[in-house]
Design a protein around this ligand. Structure first.
Ligand code: NAP
Ligand code: GLV
Length: 313
């Protein structure tokens, strides 16, 4: 009989093959839900992103659940999540680096009027313009300054932007101003020419990007949402763009994914929309962190990056 740890992958059709090999290399017996035959009682570990609500509770011998992503809202919206089972989120420098690249890229596309120059090239027009605002006067506000927000903030700071972050608890990051808690939120917003959302999706942050928040931003502010679609009230964003209060937005995540073809977001002239690709978890890297986590647990050591289920992230 095999003594290998047994893991179930709950992933979209076709994804299992990317994971099975690196997991097998780590001596983990990995089954793919919906593809392989397995006995629910044999499953000790699960790996997924947004499992169907109620499914995890059908696995009676789970020892840990690993998230394919940094965000774990897809587990916590399951009212039947087995709360005695630790949930481990994916925290990795490669993922944070890709996220930081995406944020920096979209700040620079707007800051350097890249879309205007792309349009001028299409028309063969030599159209020179000054920067809309000097870099040292272009203030970036990170809504959420955790693993990913802090890296993006540091990269932008290093490019000469004044950067601040808003979080639940106070941060000490060289060169970055910290705002903490509900009481400092308005002061944070009013000094954010770019607002980058990198909050986890929790009951406290659901629909936080709404008309009232947009009204607290300086006129002409630009919004980047790379966290979760559930943070944003999409009609409120469109209204703030159409009124001219906001100058534009980059959205990588949406309340409904895939974004329906009929959504006005696709064709809005002030919105850049990408299909949830700011960072894509690498199976090889994430499989290694799962293998390392299982090994730690088997040695009786504590797991890293365990989610605080009560806090919601
Ligand atoms: P994290 O390390 O948990 O950081 C979360 C930050 O949000 C922390 O600074 C935290 O404050 C703050 N926060 C949470 N609740 C708050 C509240 N109610 N009020 C104020 N601040 C609050 O998360 P992360 O690893 O940086 O990831 C952030 C999110 O990015 C993920 O949850 C996921 O949704 C998203 N993501 C998206 C993609 C993509 O491809 N688009 C890829 C990866 C991740 P404290 O530091 O004080 O706790
Ligand atoms: C992707 O959205 C993630 O949470 O890693």
């Amino acid at each position: 009989m095999s003594t290998r740890p047994v893991l179930l992958m709950i992933v979209p059709p076709g994804w299992g093959r990317f994971w099975q090999e690196p997991l097998a290399a780590g001596n983990v017996q990995a089954y793919v839900h919906g593809q392989d035959l397995y006995a629910p009682g044999d499953i000790e570990y699960a790996l997924g992103f947004r499992p169907k609500p109620g499914f995890l509770k059908t696995l009676p011998n789970l020892k840990a659940v690993f998230s394919l992503g940094a965000g774990i809202d897809g587990f916590l919206t399951d009212p039947d999540y087995p709360r005695h089972v630790p949930l481990v989120r994916f925290v990795d420098d490669t993922l944070s680096t890709e996220m930081a690249q995406f944020v920096v890229m979209h700040v620079l596309i707007q800051h350097r009027s890249e879309r205007m120059y792309a349009g001028a090239q299409r028309e063969a027009k030599w159209r020179q313009a000054m920067l809309p605002r000097a870099t040292e006067n272009t203030r970036i506000g990170m809504l959420g300054i955790g693993e990913i927000g802090a890296m993006a903030a540091e990269r932008l700071r290093d490019l000469g932007f004044p950067v601040s972050g808003w979080s639940r608890t106070r941060k000490t990051i060289p060169g970055i101003k910290s705002f903490a808690g509900a009481g400092e939120r308005d002061a944070f917003l009013e000094q954010s020419d770019f607002l980058v959302c990198l909050l986890p999706l929790t009951p406290q942050t659901h629909h936080i990007l709404n008309a009232q928040l947009f009204a607290g931003l300086p006129k002409g502010a630009y919004v980047i949402n790379v966290a979760r679609g559930g943070h944003l009230v999409e009609p409120d964003l469109i209204a703030a763009l159409d009124s001219g209060h906001l100058s534009g937005a980059t959205l990588d995540v949406f309340e409904t994914e895939p974004l329906p073809e009929t959504s006005p977001i696709w064709k809005h002239p002030k919105i850049v929309a990408t299909p949830h690709v700011a960072a894509i978890t690498s199976p090889a890297v994430a499989a290694k962190s799962v293998v390392d986590g299982i090994a730690a647990l088997q040695r009786g050591e504590p797991l890293k990056n365990v989610v605080d289920l009560d806090r919601g992230y």
